[in-house]
Design a protein around this ligand. Structure first.
Ligand code: PLP
Length: 391
C-alpha cells in the first residue's frame, strides 16, 4: 500500500464547501487584493499567535525580507542565521541587502545553538555605540534569525537574552511552526517579528503562495504595511518597498483553515507519538528530539538514520513518500561560495544533512498507513543486518 508524504486533498475534502464559498464571495465582491477579508485574517492570525499585529504578504520569503528591511537592515549589514534550514532563511538576508553569517545548530533539536551564537558574537564582534561590528570587515551586525525547524520553536529564552544584550533585532523564522510553542507561548510572539509561510505544505497552507509577519510593535507593523506596497502612502514614497500583497482569496481560504488548525496539529502530534513509540525499538534510527520547553506541531517528522540513503531507496521502492530536508547545508551552497565557508565549518549541520529523512506525518493519515511506514523501516534494518550476517 503506497503512503504519500503529504495528501492535502484529504484535508480539503472536509472543507470544500467553505473554500468554494470564499471563491464565490470574492467573485461577488470583486475585491481580489487585500481588503476586508485580509483585515479579518490578519486580526485572527495576530490573536492566534498572541501578538498585537499581523501583516499579510505574498510569501514566507517576503515576510523575512520585509521584516529585515523594517528592522533597519542596511546594505552590507551582517545577519546571523543557521546553515541547517530551508534556503530562504539565508536567501532573504541577501535579498534584503545583508550578508549572512552562520552559527551551528544543536545536535538534538537541530535548532540554533544559543552557546554558538554567544561565542560567535563574543569572539568575532566588538561593541560600538551603533551596535556590534564584525572585527575586520567592519560590517554592523543587525539581526539574528533563529529557525523554528520542523515545527519546533528554537530556544527563544537564551537567544532573546543574547539579542537584548547586544542590541540585535530578533527575527523569528516561524515558517514551519505556526502554533508551535515554547514555554506555552506561540511561535512568532517572542521576537521583534515572527515570519510565517502559508505555502501549501506548511501546517497552515494557502491554495497558492502567501505569508505574514507578526509583531507587537505597531510602528514596525505600519512600516511593513507600507513596504509591502512600494514603501508608499498614496503616491508618496518615503522608502523603496516592493509588491508583496496577499490576495483576498488566499486570506479567505486561510481564515477557513485557521479555525481548524489546532485539530490538525493534534493529528500530526498523534502520528508523531505513534512513530516515537514504534521506532524506539529500532537501534539504527533516532526519533526527533524535542526540548522539554517546546511543543512541536511537526511540520515534518524527521528521524536520523544509519545508511540514510539506503533507507530512502527502500521506502521509495515500497511506495512510501519520504524526503530529505535538507541535503546540503547553506554554507556549502554554490551561491554562497563568496562567503568563504568550507566543509567542516558547521559539523553538526553537515552531519544532520547526511542522516536526516522525513516521514509522512500529516494529520489525516490512517493508523494502517503509519503501521506500513514503520514496518518498512523495520524491514530495511532487519534485512540489512541479516545480509551483513550472511557476509
Ligand atoms: C517555507 C519556508 C520559508 C519560505 O516560505 P515561502 O512561503 O516558500 O517563501 C522560509 N523559511 C523556512 C524555514 C521555510 O520552511
Amino acid at each position: 500500500m503506497p503512503v504519500p508524504l503529504l495528501d492535502i486533498g484529504r484535508q480539503h475534502a472536509g472543507i470544500r464547501n467553505e473554500l468554494r464559498a470564499v471563491l464565490e464571495a470574492a467573485l461577488d465582491s470583486s475585491r481580489f487584493i487585500k481588503g476586508p477579508v485580509l483585515d479579518g485574517f490578519e486580526e485572527r492570525l495576530a490573536a492566534y499567535c498572541g501578538t498585537s499585529r499581523a501583516v499579510g504578504c505574498a510569501s514566507g520569503t517576503d515576510a523575512l525580507i520585509l521584516a529585515l528591511q523594517a528592522a533597519g537592515t542596511e546594505p552590507g549589514d551582517t545577519v546571523i542565521t543557521v546553515p541547517f534550514t530551508f534556503f530562504a532563511s539565508a536567501g532573504a538576508v541577501v535579498r534584503a541587502g545583508g550578508v549572512p553569517a552562520f552559527v551551528d545548530v544543536l545536535p538534538g533539536t537541530l535548532c540554533m545553538d544559543p552557546a554558538a551564537l554567544d561565542e560567535w558574537l563574543d569572539t568575532r564582534c566588538e561593541p560600538t555605540p551603533d551596535g556590534p561590528v564584525v572585527k575586520g570587515s567592519r560590517s554592523r551586525v543587525r539581526a539574528v534569525i533563529p529557525v523554528d525547524l520542523f515545527g519546533q520553536v528554537a530556544d527563544m529564552d537564551s537567544i532573546g537574552r543574547t539579542c537584548a544584550k547586544w542590541g540585535l533585532a530578533l527575527v523569528e523564522d516561524a515558517c514551519q511552526s505556526i502554533g508551535g510553542r515554547w514555554m506555552g507561548r506561540r511561535a512568532g510572539s517572542f521576537s521583534l517579528c515572527g515570519c510565517f509561510s502559508f505555502f501549501p505544505s506548511k501546517n497552515l497552507g494557502a491554495l497558492g503562495d502567501a505569508g505574514a509577519v507578526t509583531t507587537d510593535d505597531s510602528d514596525l507593523a505600519d512600516r511593513i504595511v507600507r513596504l509591502r506596497e512600494h514603501g508608499g502612502q498614496g503616491y508618496l514614497h518615503s522608502e523603496v518597498g516592493t509588491n508583496s500583497r496577499m490576495d483576498a482569496l488566499q486570506a479567505g481560504f486561510l481564515t477557513v483553515k485557521l479555525g481548524r488548525l489546532d485539530s490538525w496539529h493534534e493529528g500530526r502530534r498523534r502520528n508523531a507519538a505513534f512513530y516515537d513509540r514504534e521506532l524506539a525499538e529500532v537501534d539504527e534510527v533516532s526519533v526527533p528530539v524535542i526540548d522539554p520547553a517546546a511543543w512541536s506541531v511537526y511540520n515534518q517528522y524527521t528521524i536520523r538514520a544509519v545508511d540514510r540513503d539506503g533507507l530512502l531507496e527502500h521506502l521509495k521502492s515500497r511506495g512510501i513518500g519520504c524526503a530529505i530536508y535538507y541535503p546540503l547545508p547553506l554554507h556549502m551552497q554554490e551561491c554562497f561560495r563568496w562567503l568563504g565557508f568550507r566543509e567542516g565549518d558547521f559539523p553538526v549541520s553537515e552531519r544532520a544533512a547526511r542522516e536526516v529523512i522525513s516521514l509522512p506525518v500529516f494529520g489525516e493519515l490512517e493508523e494502517m498507513e503509519l503501521r506500513e511506514v514503520v514496518d518498512a523501516v523495520k524491514e530495511f534494518y532487519s534485512r540489512r543486518s541479516s545480509g551483513r550476517g550472511a557476509g
